[in-house]
Design a binder for this molecule. Structure first.
Ligand code: THU
Length: 137
């Protein structure tokens, strides 16, 4: 699959729409994420907080759940949308979650409501990572 800028922008837009659904009454920090699977499908998610704070779920985790439920196997690209003074990058735990289904060259774009704020690869965000292939020897 060719990851054109147009496709990446569609992914960002899907993350913006998902962000509108964020359930974040405690932090009031709404996040949306969207993932492209190996069949060219988009799967989105928002953060879902909880009165028992540690039980809150990041937008990326919600999106991964949707991808897996739809039968997706690989993540080919990811977008994360949040409004802050600096790019809203996936937290450490979500970098590892993305790693389960994505390669080092997986593009991870961050954006706010108007523009792309940063472009990374998963390998940049999570270097020398541990993944499923470590368990295959
Ligand atoms: N959050 C995400 O959903 N994804 C990120 O990439 C960063 C943080 C959420 C978790 C929590 O609900 C809120 O943002 C504030 O940390």
């Amino acid at each position: 699959m060719i990851l054109t800028d147009d496709l990446m922008h569609r992914l960002v837009q899907a993350a913006r729409v998902a962000r509108e659904r964020a359930y974040a009454p405690y932090s009031r920090f709404a996040v949306g994420a969207a993932l492209l699977d190996e069949r060219g499908r988009l799967h989105a998610g928002c953060n879902i907080e909880n009165a028992a704070y540690p039980q809150g779920q990041c937008a990326e985790a919600t999106a991964i759940g949707h991808l897996v439920l739809a039968g997706g196997i690989r993540i080919l690209a990811a977008a994360v949308v949040g409004v802050a003074d600096q790019p809203v990058t996936p937290c450490g735990g979500c970098r590892q979650r993305l790693r389960e289904f994505g390669a080092d060259d997986l593009p991870v774009w961050t954006a706010d409501l108007q523009r792309i704020t940063a472009r990374f690869t998963l390998g940049q965000l999570l270097p020398a990572s541990f993944g499923p292939e470590h368990l295959k020897s």
